[in-house]
Design a protein around this ligand. Structure first.
Ligand code: UGA
Length: 438
């Protein structure tokens, strides 16, 4: 078993650290954020991620294999494998901010005391591995380490499961020694015959961007088809279902909606598009996917305005769902973040509710009205928009909604409600690419 240091306790670092300790390794997760580390040492998890609390608890308390510390230098020195899982935010110009990566690389450079694997999990542009290697080499001999790129494919909301049962493992390693150590790190997966690909460092970096951008492209594609379905009187769900039955297409990521959000797709598509431009190979498909995605939330506002007979100003609107997807409290690049300020600008009074993400949203938008449950949020409103497909909204009681609202007007931006039920109850409604009645 290896002694592992994971730098960065964001959702990638934390889930990976907990997962690696579950595999039997002795893991220390480190971060410069003392508040987060103290929280973790008190048994509290700073993010909402199903299954993570119990995984962390069992590996900290029961087996004592998972530790949290702010002593980054010591943890690097004590480890044989160091994972870099720090944030790679987007700069104003759309490029990736590598300052956290650089400082992690410098910490490693200053503390390497014997041979180690240095492995990046953060999503980083092609060429970043080489940049990290150069930083470490500026202060150390090449025999002191091997660099590995090991991108993760965790989805928020199901990250623990994705870590424990991944579709594939990508290990970008330049030497067979490094590849074999990494295979050993992931031994339980290797034994379970998880497909493992040994690639170059640059290939591994590219795979991550190409995969995320392709998924984003798929979503923008189905959203454009959905928008067209509205004009030609076709239900996009029938189209997507039939498309998905073709094994070459697959049914996944063909669900239309208000556009993709989160900390990955918006950032990664932009970063890949920048890379294309840098090498004078503009990625036109990705640029189009970005443009479609930028327009989709604004289409939701147009739809709402239509439902309200173009008199949106002065109306009360309930927003059900604030997180960028269900089972997470993450609101980064969520549709709610794009739509709500615009609705406020148009003179709308917002009644917001989300089962988990409300505190995060309140920190960013303190001035809108928040309610503890959907019933209260919806009371006396002129319209309601569903922006996140939380399970509690899937089975929502439409009769109750109708009785509580001033007017039974619903924009189902995630296409989760039964159209026949809405028709039967005489709602005025709209959705994305399905049959509508105005
Ligand atoms: C995404 C990828 O799915 C992961 O494989 C990857 O590891 C991760 O990014 C990352 O780079 O770290 P995530 O952003 O957590 O994961 O969530 P997704 O489930 O991919 O959803 C992203 C957005 O697309 C959400 O806003 C979701 O509502 C939207 N979406 C997804 C659709 O609008 N339609 C779909 O059919 C699927």
């Amino acid at each position: 078993m290896e002694k592992i240091c994971v730098i960065g306790v964001g959702y990638v670092g934390l889930v990976s650290g907990a997962g690696l300790s579950e595999f039997g390794h002795d893991v220390t997760c480190v971060d410069i954020d003392e508040v987060k580390i103290n929280l973790l040492n008190d048994g509290k998890i700073p993010i909402y991620e199903p299954g993570l609390q119990s995984l962390v608890e069992s590996n900290c308390r029961n087996s004592n294999r998972l530790h949290f510390s702010i002593d980054i230098s010591k943890s690097i020195k004590d480890s044989s494998v160091v994972f870099i899982a720090v944030g790679t935010p987007q700069k104003k110009n759309g490029k990736v901010d590598l300052s956290f990566i650089d400082s992690a690389a410098n910490m490693i450079a200053d503390n390497i005391n014997d041979y180690k694997i240095i492995c990046t999990k953060s999503t980083v542009p092609v060429g970043t591995g080489e940049r990290i290697e150069k930083i470490i080499l500026s202060k150390n001999k090449s025999t002191m380490f091997d660099y590995v790129s090991n991108p993760e494919f965790l989805r928020e909301g199901s990250a623990v499961n994705d870590f424990m049962i991944p579709d594939r493992l990508i290990i970008g390693a330049r030497t067979s020694k490094a590849y074999n150590i990494m295979k050993n790190v992931y031994r339980p997966l290797y034994v379970n015959e998880t497909p493992i690909m040994n690639t170059s460092v640059e290939t591994a970096e590219m795979i991550k961007y190409a995969a995320n951008a392709f998924l984003a492209l798929k979503i923008s594609y189905i959203n454009e088809i959905a928008n067209l379905c509205e004009d030609v009187g076709v239900d996009v769900h029938d189209v997507a279902k039939a498309m998905g039955q073709d094994g070459r297409i697959s049914p996944k990521f063909l669900h239309p909606g208000p556009g993709y959000g989160g900390s990955c797709f918006p950032k990664d598509t932009l970063a890949l598009s920048h890379l294309g431009k840098k090498f004078n190979k503009p990625l036109k498909t990705i640029e189009a996917a970005i443009e479609v995605n930028n327009n989709q939330p604004m289409r939701m506002i147009e739809k709402l305005n239509n439902l309200l007979d173009n008199k949106i100003s002065g109306k009360k609107v309930a927003i059900l769902g604030l997180s960028f997807k269900p089972k997470t409290d993450d609101i980064r690049e969520a549709t709610s973040v794009k739509i709500i300020p615009e609705l406020v600008r148009l003179g709308v009074t917002i009644h917001a509710y989300d089962p988990i993400a409300m505190n995060n949203f309140r920190n960013q938008f303190p001035d809108i009205n928040y309610f503890e449950n959907w019933e209260e949020a919806i009371r006396d409103t002129d319209a309601c928009i569903i922006l996140t497909e939380w399970n509690e909204f899937r089975g929502i009681d439409l009769i109750k909604i109708k009785s509580l609202m001033s007017e039974p007007v619903i924009l189902d931006a995630k296409n989760i409600l039964s159209i026949s039920k809405l028709e039967e109850l005489e709602f005025k409604y709209d959705n994305v690419g399905r049959k509508i009645s105005l």
